[in-house]
Design a protein around this ligand. Structure first.
Ligand code: ADP
Ligand code: MG
Length: 761
């Protein structure tokens, strides 16, 4: 049985315009140990013969036997295995991977060796044998023709395949190098079957064992020149079916080599992926709401351990009742007028809702200052963007919030005595007051709400007539704008300024001169109100004033806030008195506070059959509308996010397509060496996956920059771990999808076509 046998082999090329014969009726037998010179005119079919033997070209007629086994039934994968096992190819135009070093080129053929060190040593040994030990780190593209062929020969030896096919290996070399290469080839391949196509028979004559001349696709003559040492042991059993693990490992090795040895392509891919990472970061931040808990269905502000209580008959709960309830249920604290807890004031510039709290709520950990001790002090937790130094000057609330600054909440002024900045700008703002400070805030907010407008408030008005010249008083009306710039404990006063006579006219009450002070009693809400105007009573319905007013109160020059025009100022004591009076028989909801929700829940059952109805503050309102709108927003965000990922895939893929396709020649060379397609495929994936590392670093750097830059903190939605997971997934998706597109294009054409078309270019 011949080692390799061609029985009546025919190969016909069919193209659009014509049919040409590559080879026909070829009957040849070869043994290992032979060194066969193949000659013939150009176009006679020499290359076709070699291509058929290597399985790079299919044959239409006859049968090719390897170690007695017919091959006509082979499919692509079989040929790959065949090449891997039997064949090394040496081309005229040097089939080495230009971007790889000499060493890497040889190691390519040694991938079956698992240990990298061992692999390296074997490669070094082979390169010494072909005389290239001085050029190990030289890139393929920097080598001379002779050196390239030496590398290819070393690689062929590395593969240790029994057949070496060399198609005019010296075609591009000068005669001295040609001779050297042929000698080398002969010397290192004594136990192999070598078929060398040459146009110069002279250069192989000294050692060729056989000479085949091809003419017009057929064998013109076939001559034995000298004896050779036949090698008889078979190789077929030698290789086992490569498993998945091996494929992955080899793909990984090859992928990392590709990543390292193509700096330009690698850098380019990395830049693209970094852009993708940054893009994903922005998009994920933009779609951030998608991953935040949506609280639109909440009825109350949930505080751990808060229980909301009402009377079943709807009547207000008295202070005494509250106290008794707290005792009965073992609550730590209670708040009869808990309006403020469920009120959130929108702070435009901060773009977040403020949650109010006092002592019984969880600490938010102060970074600067201290907790409030006075009624007009507040401790805040705000996003770090609230700290930025220069912002619009037109509005109080646009000023940076710093320790010691004054902020306006609910029409009251507070000094920031303690503060914590948080980089997580999705957290709600928290404002913590003293218990009585919070009460005042509640009163103030409630007074400003529309609910109270139907009620009649009685209030003492105290004005100072002689101050009228210092006022800017073109205002013909007055809004109720509570503004406690003058809280004097114990003092019961509402301070106001306006045209006193007009006010008197409206009030219809008597005016009492009492030294410098004129006391009025004013039926505020009996005077008429403008529902469209901030929701509370204005003295005069047809006028809206909106400018700041200076006024001297108690000899001190004051200025109101610009927004609301003329204002009332209430002392806190008076405010409290008015509100106590009012809520006494109008406000029906109260809150009890327990250590935690667990205890609060236990209290619910205690109150089960009483006159009270209690519910935990985490109760949610079942609302179809809310659920629908949430669903739509989630779907919308998801579509937006996925669309963006798809765009990034397209962007990265199109941008890198050309550069990637330029490596087709390299891949074809690897395939011609018998490196299996799955390995190369996986290597392309790996090469792309490696670019995730710089992309991840870029995302981390961006996150850090955002974290440290207050201004940016306002623009970007803070990303929680889930957000980063999503970015990671998105990047992975991009890398995989882009690799997939590339792989599909890279492997569209056959090896031979790719080698012919692209070569190493
Ligand atoms: P050689 O290597 O001896 O110069 P080839 O084997 O390349 O000759 O070519 C043999 C014949 O087959 C030629 O007539 C050539 O035109 C034809 N041929 C080779 N490759 C192809 C191909 N891919 N498509 C069409 N015809 C081909
Ligand atoms: Mg040829």
């Amino acid at each position: 049985m011949a080692f390799l046998k061609l029985a009546n082999i025919g190969k016909i090329y069919v193209s659009e315009s014509n049919i040409s014969v590559g080879i026909r009726g070829v009957n040849l037998e070869f043994e290992r140990g032979e060194f066969v010179a193949v000659t013939g005119e150009s176009g006679s079919g020499k290359s076709t013969l070699l291509n058929v033997i290597s399985g790079m070209d299919t044959y239409e007629e006859g049968e090719l036997y390897i170690e007695g086994e017919p091959t006509s039934h082979y499919i692509q994968a079989d040929w790959e295995e065949f090449r891997q096992k039997y064949v090394s190819f040496i081309f005229q135009d040097y089939n080495i991977v230009d971007s790889f070093t000499v060493l890497e080129n040889v190691e390519l053929a040694l991938m079956h060796i698992e240990n990298p060190k061992e692999r390296r040593n074997r490669a070094l040994e082979l390169l010494r044998r072909v005389g290239l030990e001085k050029y190990l780190k030289q890139r393929g593209s920097k080598l001379s023709g002779g050196q390239k062929q030496r590398t290819v020969i070393a690689r062929a030896l590395a593969k240790d395949s029994p057949i070496i096919l060399a198609d005019e290996p010296t075609g591009n070399l000068d005669s001295v190098s040609s001779r050297e290469i042929m000698e080398l080839l002969h010397e290192v391949s004594r136990d192999k079957l070598v078929l060398v196509v040459t146009h110069d028979f002279g250069e192989v004559e000294p050692f060729a064992t056989r000479h085949i001349r091809i003419y017009d696709g057929g064998v013109e003559y076939d001559r034995i020149l000298r004896k050779y040492e036949p090698v008889s042991d078979g190789v077929r059993e030698k290789t086992e079916k490569p498993g998945l693990k091996k494929t992955l490992r080899q793909g990984m090795t090859l992928g990392s080599t590709r990543f390292r040895s193509m700096p330009k392509l690698t850098a380019f891919l990395c830049i693209l992926m970094i852009l993708a990472g940054v893009g994903l970061f922005v998009i994920t931040s933009f779609c951030g709401e998608l991953f935040l808990e949506n609280e639109t269905n909440d009825i109350f502000q949930h505080i751990n351990g808060r229980l909301v209580v009402v009377r079943r008959d709807g009547s207000p709960i008295t202070e005494a009742e509250c106290e008794a309830l707290a005792q009965q249920t073992g609550a730590e604290n209670y708040m009869r007028f808990d309006y403020v807890l469920d009120t959130a004031e929108y702070r435009g510039s901060l773009n977040r809702y403020v949650s109010w709290q006092y002592g019984y709520q969880q600490d938010f950990g102060l970074r600067e200052g201290r907790w409030p001790v006075a009624d007009d002090e507040v401790a805040l937790r705000v996003p770090v963007s609230a700290r930025r130094e220069s912002r619009g000057e037109y509005d109080d609330s646009d000023l940076p919030i710093l320790l010691g600054s004054t902020i306006e909440l609910g029409g009251l002024r507070y000094t920031v005595c303690g503060i914590t900045y948080t980089a997580d700008n999705t957290l709600p703002l928290l404002a913590r007051f003293t218990e009585s400070g919070m009460k005042l805030l509640g009163y103030s907010l409630y007074l400003k709400s529309t609910e109270i407008s139907s009620a009649i408030l009685r209030a003492d008005l105290v004005g100072k007539g002689e101050d009228s010249e210092s006022r800017v008083l073109d205002s013909k009306s007055m809004e109720l704008n509570l503004y406690n710039f003058d809280i004097v404990p114990g003092e019961k006063k509402i301070l106001y300024w306006s045209e006193l006579d007009e006010l008197q006219a409206f009030s219809g009450k008597e005016k009492e001169a009492d030294g410098a002070t004129i006391n009025y009693t004013l039926d505020l809400f009996g005077l008429g109100r403008r529902p469209d105007y901030y929701g509370y009573g204005a003295v005069r319905p047809d006028f809206s004033a909106s400018r700041s007013v200076s006024v001297r109160l108690d000899g001190v020059e004051r200025k109101t806030v610009d927004r609301y025009g003329p204002s009332f100022a209430l002392s806190s004591a008076l405010l409290e008195e008015i509100m106590e009076d009012f809520i006494k028989d109008s406000y029906s909801q109260s809150s009890l506070f327990f250590k935690n929700d667990e205890q609060a829940r236990a209290a619910v059952s205690k109150l089960d059959r009483s006159v009270y109805f209690a519910v935990l503050s985490n109760a949610k309102q079942a609302s179809l509308d809310g659920a629908m709108s949430r669903l739509f927003s989630v779907i919308g965000n998801m579509v937006l996010w996925l669309g963006s990922v798809a765009f990034l895939i397209l962007f990265v893929s199109l941008s890198s397509s050309k550069a990637m396709m330029a490596t087709r020649g390299d891949l074809a060379i690897m395939r011609s060496m018998g490196i299996r397609v799955p390995v190369i495929r996986f290597a392309v994936y790996m090469q792309m996956l490696f670019t995730l590392i710089p992309a991840a670093i870029a995302v981390a750097v961006l996150a850090l920059v955002l974290f440290l830059t207050p201004g940016l903190n306002a623009a970007f939605m803070f990303l929680h771990p889930m957000g980063y997971v999503l970015i990671g997934l998105g990047l992975l998706l991009v890398a995989l999808a882009v690799s997939k597109r590339h792989v599909r294009k890279l492997f569209r054409d056959s090896v031979k076509k790719t080698i012919k078309a692209g070569g190493n270019a």
